[in-house]
Ligand binder design. Structure first.
Ligand SMILES: O=c1ccn([C@H]2C[C@H](O)[C@@H](COP(=O)(O)OP(=O)(O)OP(=O)(O)O)O2)c(=O)[nH]1
Length: 150
């Protein structure tokens, strides 16, 4: 297996004492991130919140960090990541945040240190975007949504 990308993580003061993201099993794709809130944060039904992780990540060029929901929170409470997958760019040097939304019918309380989402590290491809007068022909043509059948 090739060498793993190294992500330096700086803990901000409000994340002091909280565990860094870590894989829970050898084959895990995601590592959980935790809420760096001082006081419990109550998410009313249909409310959303920008939840701080207290972490600043030094992501190597050519990689991104995706912020994804935890299935257990979604299945049990209807709580998910609103912009999933959130994209943390390799040149971002701010605090990683999770945008949580409560689609459940009950208020959901986020406690300090609670595992609120997971991060997945993924390779990035960039492309050259070029203006052209014509695009190449294809069998499908301009047929869009639903044009290939139900
Ligand atoms: O779930 C997320 C998504 C984004 N970010 C941070 C890292 C990312 O690099 C930055 C900008 O995110 P994005 O590009 O998705 O947001 P934007 O609204 O397009 O902002 P910008 O104008 O800064 O690109 O915000 C997070 O901390 N968590």
């Amino acid at each position: 297996m090739s060498a793993l990308p190294r992500i330096g993580i700086r803990r901000l003061p409000h994340a002091e004492g909280l565990d860094l993201p870590a894989y829970q099993s050898a084959g895990a794709a995601g590592a959980d991130i935790r809420a760096a809130v001082h006081e419990p944060l109550v998410l009313a039904p249909l409310a959303r919140a920008l939840v701080p992780t207290g972490l600043v990540m030094d992501i190597p060029e050519g990689w991104e960090v995706q912020v994804r929901p935890r299935s257990g929170l979604a299945a049990r409470h209807g709580v998910t990541v609103l912009n999933s997958p959130g994209t943390v760019d390799s040149d971002y040097r701010g605090e990683v945040m999770a945008i949580l939304v409560n689609f459940g019918s009950e208020p959901f309380t986020v406690a300090r240190g609670e595992r609120i989402a997971q991060i997945v590290v993924a390779p990035v491809s960039q492309a050259l975007f070029q203006a052209v007068d014509e695009v190449s022909a294809s069998e499908r043509g301009a047929g869009g949504f639903g044009s290939t059948g139900r």
